[in-house]
Design a protein around this ligand. Structure first.
Ligand code: ATP
Ligand code: MG
Length: 435
């Protein structure tokens, strides 16, 4: 890479305003032991980047010149893992610290170790390297900072500190080439932009829209992991709108994007945005969130439209929804591998929607006890908010949940609607029912 062999800059933690007590003590112990054994070892990546912003890193990664077997020899609680590259996982109870050996550039002539696809995508990169090489093969400059926990310094080969101070997300090297090597970097750029409230640097941003279709070649299981990282967080809405802006949403959820483009009203978009908003508030209140609910809202519009289109071929609305769900999910999982344990409750929430239109009888009361009632109800409320369901009907379901079972029974009696508006007094009682 052209920028390589610049002098590294060294910053003290003090001048960066970073206190070492913010760092994970297990990660520091690991670097200490590696250094005592004669190796280099640093904290690296997201943990350094987030700590510099005073944020709590979600995990701590260590980078070292010790090879996996050498790491394993030093730590009892170490397991070697890795398909794409071999890594050491050091376990502290449920907490895991990842220790990776420095990796170097992929040597084009050495086809056993590093392998580029004809379109420039990296299939394997398992070549060990030096600290400097390890820095340059990372994605963004702000992710390529190394923290020396013994000397209390940060080592910066790539200008990451400057970019961090400019709040800029910048790919190292030639952006189009780096996006082609690994198109998931497109999604990472959007995620970090929202998470850190940074800007994507102009040269990095320029090819993004054009590169978006490359996501089609990424294995669907990896895209599922990325989709969860994109949407199950407090910036879901902004990420959603940025993904659409860069044409990335279309690569992930083509059926939904098509529906959003065709929609004559803002309602389908509003429903998704509201669901993201709800995710954000739940997270802010420390409440539990499930991916299936959000994914059910993301794919609802394609399911709803297909149900409407094919309605006449089925004997019931529920059957039509099941069939549409089957088709939409089959398409979707070829792009993003949503596992069955998630698609099953998504289908249930959709297929339960017609039951909200039945307000009489035992079946209606039983519905209140259905294990998926709550999620289906929340989903119906969202639909009501965007005009797909009569708000009076939604209110009726809200109200019935607040009642004792005797009152619930009377609310679901067959004649309840016929008497609506008429006072239930003695004179009324004496007149025979009109039906
Ligand atoms: P977070 O954990 O908050 O999602 P992170 O930057 O730690 O952010 P990880 O996926 O944990 O992200 O990766 C750790 C580090 O590995 C990154 O900071 C980056 O240096 C490097 N890295 C991760 N993914 C890529 C990639 N696709 N291309 C190049 N380098 C990457
Ligand atoms: Mg990380």
């Amino acid at each position: 890479m052209s920028h390589q062999h610049k002098q590294a800059k060294h910053y003290t933690l003090r001048e960066l305003g970073l206190s070492s007590d913010r760092l994970d003590r297990h990660a520091i112990q690991i670097t200490e032991r590696l250094v005592k054994a004669g190796f280099q070892a640093y904290l690296v990546g997201g943990c350094v980047r987030d700590s510099l912003l005073g944020m709590h890193p979600k995990d701590f990664d260590v980078s070292t010149n010790a090879e996996p077997e050498e790491i394993q020899a030093l730590f009892k609680n170490c397991r070697l893992i890795g398909r794409r590259f071999r890594l050491a996982h050091i376990h502290f109870g449920r907490h895991i610290i990842e220790v990776a050996t420095f990796r170097g550039p992929h040597l084009k002539h050495d086809s056993n170790k590093s392998h580029a696809h004809k379109d420039g995508r990296l299939l394997r990169d398992n070549v060990y390297g030096t600290l400097e090489e390890d820095a340059w093969r990372r994605d963004f400059t702000i992710n390529a900072l190394y923290l020396d926990a013994q000397k209390l310094t940060v080592i910066d080969y790539v200008g990451g500190i400057d970019d961090h101070q400019q709040r800029s997300i910048k790919l190292m090297g030639e952006p189009a080439t780096r996006f082609k090597e690994d198109p998931v970097r497109l999604l990472r750029a959007v995620r970090f932009k929202a998470k850190l409230n940074f800007q994507i640097e102009a040269d990095t941003e320029a090819p993004m829209r054009e590169m978006a279709p490359l996501l089609k070649d990424i294995p669907s299981a990896r895209l599922y992991d990325e989709v969860l990282k994109l949407f199950l967080n407090k910036q879901a809405n902004q990420i959603f709108s940025d993904l659409r802006h860069y044409g990335l949403f279309e690569a992930l959820f083509p059926q939904t994007e098509l529906c959003l483009q065709k929609a004559k009203t803002e309602q389908p978009l509003g429903l998704i945005q509201q669901a993201m908003q709800n995710t954000e508030s739940r997270l802010n209140n420390g409440q539990h969130i499930t991916p299936y609910f959000l994914l059910a809202t993301l794919l609802w519009e394609p399911v709803r439209r297909l149900t409407e289109k094919n309605r006449s071929s089925f004997s019931s609305e529920t059957q039509a929804i099941h069939a549409a769900a089957h088709e939409v999910i089959a398409h979707q999982v070829s792009r993003v591998a949503i596992p069955r344990r998630i698609t099953t409750p998504m289908r249930e929430v959709w297929a339960l929607q017609p039951r909200f239109h039945k307000q009489v009888g035992v079946r209606c009361l039983r519905f209140l006890e259905h294990p998926r009632f709550r999620a289906a109800y929340d989903f119906m409320l969202l639909r009501a908010q965007y005009g797909e369901v009569d708000q009076k009907l939604a209110d009726w379901w809200t109200h019935i949940q607040t009642l004792e079972s005797a009152e619930q029974k009377s609310m679901t009696r067959p004649n309840q609607f016929k008497n609506k508006g008429k006072p239930r007094n003695k004179t009324n009682k004496s007149t025979p029912p009109s039906s």
